[in-house]
Every structure is written in structure tokens, then in C-alpha cells.
Design a binder for this molecule. Structure first.
Ligand SMILES: Cc1ncc(COP(=O)(O)O)c(C=O)c1O
Length: 445
């Protein structure tokens, strides 16, 4: 079928992420990707782009690795699925691998099919854990304002309840605290250390305000991966040290969402590795399998898992697609390639190079404000050079987006900030290519 036919069918029938069909129709149909290799994707019109956001900050390995396609094919030919209450070899090998690379005694792994499911499951496990230990009153979950932890029934209410208000009634037990982003607009010129201490103290204040006997868990990304209208930098290490201590003192579980930060994106295997503390529960998706097929996982400490031991004590959840053997085989191969090609170090080294290049660009363009991030999770804010406080208008945003596309850069921007989360296999020459295209766009603007 030719591209125009496909686009017109998509405009009529497809309800896709991140784009309305009305907008698609205005643009004569959505962009259809027909080829993808490494950091590059090509659409049905023959245009090639750099995917500076790696899908949804998720194709860590880059596109088109035949080794992954091969193991998926081999696995489907060998064993395509499994009878109820049984399992398969690739999944057993995968959970062994995950237990070996995650911190401390995070040794019990529950497979799911994506990040939202992982976080929903983590919250259920945390609440059930307290009930099984006789603390029925602990159901509230603390999250940080502006965070995103998924799109489904419960987790959509974490972090950004205003965005989902139309789907109310809000989920019970949601408690919000400040985001420890040193570049946050809420941080009025405090040092990164002082702001981190304030934000951690706020978590303790909220636990006391609600009574610790009502709080089940805190959920947070180690370094928040997306904030509305803000560029993000890692919090001072004191934030995580204090958070761990506060959770321990009040019997609150600490859930770390590694859906974006995990598997090398920040220049370490996991975002939390920057802070040297051990969470009680970790959730992963996206980078665990570089989005070749759907997979996520909840990785739980032995103490929590023990609450679910025994015939009468089973965790009452069954996800039909959880732990699919083809997904497990793909994830194992994904992790093997990340290790073999040293891509975690690459993210650290090339990420630093990228950050330096963005700082150089700032010297040339006074429209660039804050620059922040770590590894290959970076961002910059665009400020109106005439008046720092005046927000840039829609016309500017449209022109920015059009020019970026024309230059062949696909990236996440709301017109006020630009985010970069490319595949972690990206090299320095390719960073130069992005920088020179961005330079041209900003010069024209
Ligand atoms: C930090 C974080 N957690 C969870 C999710 C949800 O993952 P999924 O889209 O796989 O459900 C996302 C998705 O973007 C995310 O960024």
C-alpha cells in the first residue's frame, strides 16, 4: 500500500499517542516510519531524522539490531508461550540477570509489560505488604509534583493530578511533595544542597501531617526525566540519603521508578546508583528491552517478597502477557549488548561531551537559559532574551518545531524547553551533527 493511502487510513482510524487525528489530518496524515537504524529513522516520504528522544526515551540500544530480532524469532519458533502456573528458560535467566545488576537484596522479580503496569504493581505490592504485616491503615502514596509514572487507573494520579482531572474521582491516598530539582522555579536561589534538604524535610513533614501509620510508600524517579516547562538536574545526594533515612524511620517503603533512568540512560546502570542508596522496590521498563517488544518488571527486596510467601498468601495478580518468553529473550540480549559494547560508560562519556557542547552553544545564543541533566538525559530551556520572565508564544513554538523537523531533528519540546534522550549508542560525531543542526535552528529563530 502506498504512503498516501496508509496516511489517509491512519487519519480516519488510528488513535495514536502524542498526536490528535485532527492535527494528523492537517498534516496529510501522521509520519510513517519505514526504516530505522541506530539513532536514525526514515519516513515514508524518504526523509531521514535523528531520533533525539529514542522513541519515548526508551530505545536505549538504538534501532534495528538484528541480534534482537533473531532471538525473538528463535524463541517464538521454540516456545511461543506457556501453560498457566509454569514458566520458561529465558524468563528464569532474565530474572537472574536483573537480580545480579540491581542493588542490594532486590532479588525477587515480577514481570509485567510496561512502565505503568510496573508502577501499578509496585503500589499494590507495597500496600499488600503493610496489610500482611498487620498495618492495614497504610495506603497513602507520596509522589513528587510534576512527575509522571504512567497512564493507567492508579498511577496516573501520581505527580500530576491536574493533567488527569477529567478522569476523576481522584485515586484515594495520593500525597504530593516538591520536586527536588535544583533548577526548579520553586527554588528561589538556594544552593542545590539546601534545596535538596528542604525537599526531603517536606517529605517528613507530610508523613507526620498525615500520620506515618497511613503512609505506604514514596515513589520517585532517581532523577526526574520530564517536568512541565522545566529543565532538570540531579538533586544533591543528600536528598536521597535523607529520603532513605526518613522512610526507614517511619516504616515507609521506597519505590524507585527506573523506567527511564534505568539501563544506562544516566551514565550508570540505574539512576539510583548515583546516590548510593538501596530502594525497597524498583520498577523498570523501556530500556530493559530497548522497546523491541513490550516488557517491564517490578524488582522487590527479599523482606517484602517474604510477605507474599505461602499458599494462602499469594500475590493476587495475574497478567497474561507478563514474562512472555520472546520479551524475556529480547531483554536478555539487550542487556548482553549493553554490557558487551560498554554502552553505560558511553552514555556517561558522550553525555558529558553533549552537555559541554550545549554549554558552548549557550555562549552563542542568548535564547538558551538553563541547561541540565546527566548522561544522555539532558535538556535546555529557551528564554525570551528580551524578558526572562515572559513566556515564549505559540507562534515561536510552532516555528521552532517546524525548523527542527526541517533540519532532521525529532525531539521532545513544548516550545519552552528542549529535551534530549537519544539512544545510548550515540557517538560524539553524531552529537556534533545534532549540535550543528540545533545551532542553525536557533540562529534562524
Ligand atoms: C518515569 C516513567 N515511569 C513510567 C512510565 C510509564 O511507562 P509506560 O508508558 O511503559 O506505561 C513512563 C512513561 O513515559 C515514565 O516516563
Amino acid at each position: 500500500m502506498n504512503s498516501n493511502n496508509l496516511k489517509s487510513i491512519a487519519s480516519e482510524h488510528l488513535w495514536m499517542n502524542s498526536k490528535s487525528w485532527l492535527q494528523s489530518k492537517k498534516e496529510d496524515g501522521p509520519r510513517i516510519i519505514i526504516d530505522a537504524k541506530g539513532i536514525y529513522v526514515t519516513d515514508s516520504e524518504g526523509n531521514t531524522f535523528i531520533d533525539c528522544n529514542a522513541g519515548y526515551s526508551s530505545v536505549n540500544l538504538g534501532y534495528g539490531r538484528p541480534e534482537i530480532a533473531q532471538v525473538v524469532k528463535d524463541q517464538l519458533n521454540a516456545i511461543s508461550y506457556f501453560p498457566q502456573a509454569s514458566t520458561t528458560e529465558p524468563l528464569i535467566k532474565l530474572v537472574e540477570k536483573l537480580a545480579s545488576i540491581t542493588p542490594g537484596d532486590l532479588n525477587r522479580i515480577y514481570p509485567v509489560t510496561g512502565g505503568s503496569e510496573a508502577n501499578e504493581t509496585a503500589i499494590k505490592i507495597a500496600r499488600g505488604y503493610h496489610v500482611r504485616r498487620g498495618e492495614r491503615g497504610r495506603y497513602k502514596i507520596i509522589s513528587r509534583e510534576g512527575s509522571y509514572h504512567g497512564a493507567t487507573g492508579g498511577v496516573m494520579w501520581l505527580g500530576s493530578p491536574n493533567k488527569v482531572a477529567e478522569f476523576g474521582v481522584p485515586y484515594p491516598g495520593m500525597v504530593y511533595t516538591s520536586q527536588p530539582n535544583p533548577l526548579s522555579k520553586k527554588n528561589k536561589n538556594k544552593s542545590s544542597y539546601d534545596y535538596a534538604v528542604d525537599c526531603a524535610n517536606e517529605v517528613e513533614r507530610m508523613i507526620l501531617y498525615h500520620s506515618s501509620k497511613t503512609i505506604a510508600a514514596v515513589i520517585a524517579e532517581p532523577i526526574v526525566s520530564q517536568m512541565p516547562d522545566e529543565v532538570v538536574s540531579p538533586p544533591d545526594i543528600i536528598y536521597w540519603e535523607m529520603l532513605r533515612d526518613i522512610c526507614d524511620r517511619y516504616g515507609v517503603l521506597l519505590i524507585v521508578d527506573e523506567v527511564v533512568c534505568g539501563f544506562g540512560r544516566t551514565g550508570k546502570w540505574f539512576g539510583i546508583d548515583h546516590f548510593g542508596i538501596k530502594p525497597d522496590i524498583m520498577t523498570v521498563a523501556k530500556g530493559v528491552v530497548s522497546c523491541y517488544v513490550p516488557l517491564g518488571a517490578v524488582i522487590v527486596s527479599e523482606d517484602i517478597a517474604d510477605a507474599y510467601v505461602g499458599g494462602d498468601n499469594l500475590f493476587r495478580q495475574a497478567l497474561t502477557f507478563g514474562g512472555h518468553p520472546a520479551a524475556a529473550a529480547a531483554a536478555l540480549k539487550n542487556i548482553e549488548i549493553i554490557e558487551k559494547e560498554n554502552l553505560v560508560n558511553n552514555a556517561a562519556e558522550v553525555g558529558l561531551y553533549f552537555l559541554n557542547k550545549l554549554n558552548d552553544l549557550k555562549l552563542k545564543h542568548n535564547i538558551i537559559g538553563d541547561i541540565g541533566g546527566i548522561g544522555l538525559m539532558l535538556g535546555l530551556s529557551l528564554i525570551n532574551s528580551d524578558s526572562v520572565n515572559e513566556s515564549l508564544n505559540d507562534d515561536f513554538s510552532d516555528r521552532l518545531k517546524t525548523k527542527l523537523i526541517r533540519e532532521g531533528l525529532l525531539l521532545r519540546t513544548d516550545g519552552k524547553t528542549i529535551h534530549f534522550g537519544p539512544p545510548i549508542c550515540i557517538n560524539k560525531n553524531q552529537i556534533d551533527e545534532i549540535i550543528s543542526k540545533l545551532d542553525k535552528v536557533l540562529f534562524e529563530l
